[in-house]
Write a protein that binds this ligand. Structure first.
Ligand SMILES: [Zn+2]
Length: 310
C-alpha cells in the first residue's frame, strides 16, 4: 500500500486523522520493511502479510457502509433524530428531464433534499443547480466525471476529480452554497479517499438504505425497500440521474417511488430535510465540519423571487 499523503496545510480543508485501521495498515507496512531489512529470508512472510492487508483494505472499500477507512455518515446525528428528520439524497444529477420534476414533487410535500451532483453535469446545467439551491435543497459533490474506477485512482488524480467537481458545483450553485458532503460513485472508496476529502474539506456520506433505482424498474419493491423500518435519522439514497424507467410507460422510476415515499414519511410523523438542514451550524452532536461554509446559507429559507420557477 502506498504511503498516505499528509494534508496540505495551505488547503481550507479539515485536518486529516487516519482511522485506526489505516494507522494499523501503515504500521504493518513499516514492520514488514523493517523485518525484511533485519532478516531478509523472512521476505515471503512480510510479502504475505502486506498482501493480506491490501486484500482486507480492498474488501473494506467495497463495503460502502463501513467506517474502517475513515468517517462515514450512515445516519443523521442525535439532534436530527430527536426532531424526527429523515435525509433524502439523490445521486447522479442534475438531469434536465428528471430533476425539475423531483423538485416539484418535493415542494408539493414541503420536503427538502440533498443532491449529490456530477460536476460536469452541474456545469452544463448550472441554472438547474441554482434553481434547486434556491428552492431550499443542497448541492453536494459526487465527483466531476463519475469515473467507474474512481476508487482505484492515485491520490493526486482522486483529489483533482473531487476538487474539479467542487469548483463546478460551487460555481453553479452560487455564493454560500458550496458542497459540504461527498459520496463516491457506487459508494466504493479506497484508503486514499479520506485524506483527499480532508484536503478539500468534505464529509463522506453513505446511506441507511438505498433502493437500486438505476437498474430496477418496478417501483413497488423499491418503495418497500426504502420504507422498511423507516425511522428518524435515516439517510435514504435515490437517483435523479441515470435512473431506470418503468416497464409500463417508461417513466423515470424515481418519479413513481417518491410520492408514496413522501406520504409514508409524513404518515410516520417524520420530516424529509436536506443534510445541511439536518446538521445546522453549532449543533453539538453534528459531525465536525471543515469550516462551516455553506451551513447557514443552506439552512436559510430560499428567496422566492430569485427562483426561476416562481
Ligand atoms: Zn453515482
Amino acid at each position: 500500500m502506498p504511503a498516505l499523503p499528509p494534508p496540505d496545510p495551505a488547503s481550507p480543508g479539515r485536518r486529516w486523522m487516519p482511522a485506526p485501521a489505516v494507522r494499523a495498515s501503515c504500521w504493518l507496512h513499516a514492520a514488514a520493511a523493517v523485518g525484511v531489512a533485519a532478516h531478509p529470508p523472512a521476505w515471503p512472510w512480510a510479502l504475505g502479510g502486506v498482501a493480506a492487508n491490501h486484500a482486507a483494505m480492498a474488501v473494506a472499500g467495497l463495503l460502502p457502509r463501513n467506517r474502517l477507512l475513515g468517517p462515514n455518515l450512515l445516519e443523521l446525528p442525535g439532534g436530527a433524530r430527536r426532531r424526527g428528520e429523515v435525509a433524502l439524497t439523490f445521486d447522479d444529477g442534475p438531469d434536465p428531464d428528471v430533476t425539475p420534476r423531483v423538485l416539484d414533487l418535493l415542494e408539493g410535500h414541503g420536503a427538502t433534499a440533498s443532491f449529490f451532483l456530477i460536476g460536469r453535469r452541474a456545469a452544463r446545467h448550472a441554472p438547474l443547480v441554482r434553481e434547486l439551491v434556491c428552492r431550499g435543497h443542497s448541492a453536494e459533490n459526487h465527483t466531476h466525471r463519475h469515473p467507474a474506477g474512481f476508487a482505484a485512482l492515485p491520490f493526486g488524480a482522486m483529489r483533482r476529480e473531487i476538487a474539479a467537481a467542487q469548483d463546478a458545483i460551487a460555481d453553479a450553485a452560487g455564493p454560500g452554497a458550496a458542497p459540504r458532503f461527498f459520496r463516491p460513485p457506487a459508494g466504493i472508496r479506497s484508503p486514499l479517499l479520506d485524506p483527499a476529502l480532508s484536503a478539500v474539506g468534505l464529509l463522506h456520506v453513505s446511506w441507511t438504505r438505498r433502493c437500486f433505482d438505476t437498474v430496477r424498474r418496478d417501483p413497488a419493491p423499491l418503495l418497500r425497500r426504502l420504507g422498511r423500518g423507516l425511522a428518524a435519522g435515516d439517510v435514504l439514497l435515490l437517483h435523479d440521474g441515470n435512473v431506470a424507467r418503468t416497464r409500463n410507460g417508461g417513466v423515470p422510476v424515481v418519479l413513481e417511488v417518491l410520492p408514496p415515499l413522501l406520504r409514508q414519511i409524513a404518515a410516520a410523523g417524520l420530516r424529509a430535510v436536506s443534510l445541511p438542514r439536518a446538521m445546522p451550524a453549532g449543533e453539538p452532536d453534528a459531525p465536525a465540519d471543515a469550516d462551516g461554509a455553506g451551513q447557514e446559507a443552506a439552512a436559510a429559507p430560499p428567496a422566492p423571487a430569485a427562483c426561476a420557477s416562481r
